[in-house]
Design a binder for this molecule. Structure first.
Ligand code: ASP
Length: 354
């Protein structure tokens, strides 16, 4: 799906072999620009056509609505992507984002989040417990420290020192039940520490009660891009496991000159191909957003022959407002919010669940 998809407005890397690589992709476009004027640098070449807000899964509808209001009220696109996903983090009935998320193997909810602005500044927290808004801690890491990423106990201590209050939430009854059932069904897997196999089952079940990170990417009316990503990670993961969602380049990547991308699904697969960065770089080389997402999914497939049952999905938003999404399996949807539209879209996909 594209919106204003004139790829000729897009910059090409002047790298030897780039054109050959793009032409060789199964989903590549034969008509990517090769005008020498467009093969020079990384300046923005087209005015933005925002506001356009995209976010993963149906919980994205409420998050997008908030982000849109923030933009309408004169907030920055960074404010919008932060406050948008805070809605999802505060929805304690959500079992895949925030403190209401399903716990890890040990019954502990651990949270990951990151944020990135138009100029590539970034902040991130991983493996943090008992904070309602990891996305805001991630933003504070970006704005108040020389670092990009803080993790675990150190991140928690820094957050408290910087005014973020701990929040203790008892595990919801249904979450506890799911965890108890998982433990009862999987004593061996649990003992072996192989929660990945169980997560395949979770992914199969689909839907937002299992594992559906919120990633949000947005473009404002001034052509500024930003993105955010926040999650409780895969259900019943090994304690200490961190997925793609707080990793800049894996769960989220923003380059104001080109576009933004975010990811959901099995984080290990995304990390191994630096998924969101890959999508943005493919757009830089001239692929339309949906094609860039598809190529990233196909790369995951090529690198993992024989793999079945793991969902991955990407969203991409180009600097001129073109957008798209693509997933490995059917069932991935995303929310779109513009001045004229506010809807849920089923992403294109490679395979159907059997
Ligand atoms: N990507 C997340 C993770 O691996 C989970 C998800 O999006 O479903 O932690």
């Amino acid at each position: 799906m594209t919106n204003g998809s004139d790829r000729r407005h897009f910059i090409k890397l002047g790298l030897v072999g780039t054109a050959a690589m793009v032409a060789g992709c199964s989903t590549g476009n034969g008509d990517h620009p090769n005008d020498p004027d467009e093969v020079k640098g990384t300046k923005p070449i087209s005015p933005g056509k925002g506001p356009i807000i995209l976010s993963t899964w149906d919980h994205g509808m409420a998050a997008n609505a908030k982000a849109f209001d923030v933009l309408q009220a004169g907030g920055s696109v960074l404010d919008a992507v932060e406050q948008g996903v805070m809605v999802t983090e505060s929805d304690f009935s959500n079992r895949s984002v925030g403190l209401g998320g399903l716990p890890d193997r040990d019954g502990i909810v651990t949270l990951d989040a990151c944020i990135q602005d138009h100029n590539g500044k970034a902040g991130s927290v991983a493996f943090v417990q008992r904070f309602e808004h990891p996305i805001s801690i991630a933003r504070a890491v970006m704005e108040r420290t020389p670092h990009v990423m803080l993790a675990g106990a150190g991140a928690e201590r820094w957050a408290e020192e910087n005014g973020f209050a701990r929040r203790d939430l008892p595990m919801a009854e249904d979450a506890r039940k799911s965890w108890e059932e998982w433990k009862a069904k999987n004593p061996l897997i649990q003992a072996a520490g192989d929660s990945a196999r169980v997560n395949v089952e979770n992914q199969r079940m689909g839907g937002k009660d299992n594992h559906d990170t919120i990633g949000m990417i947005a473009l404002d009316a001034n052509g500024q891009l930003a993105g955010s990503c926040t999650t409780s990670g895969l259900a019943f993961k090994i304690h200490g496991r961190v997925g793609d969602s707080p990793i800049i380049g894996a769960g989220l990547f923003v380059d104001g000159d080109v576009g933004a991308a975010c990811a959901t699904g099995t984080g290990e697969l995304m990390i191994k191909i630096a998924g969101s960065h890959t999508v943005v770089e493919l757009m830089r080389q001239g692929l339309a957003p949906e094609d860039a997402c598809r190529e990233a999914v196909e790369r995951i497939l090529r690198k993992n022959p024989g793999m079945t049952g793991q969902q991955v999905g990407f969203l991409a938003l180009r600097a001129d407002g073109a957008y798209g999404g693509y997933s490995l399996y059917n069932g991935f949807n995303f929310a779109l919010n513009t001045a004229t539209e506010n809807k849920l879209i089923d992403a294109a996909f490679a395979k159907k669940w059997e």
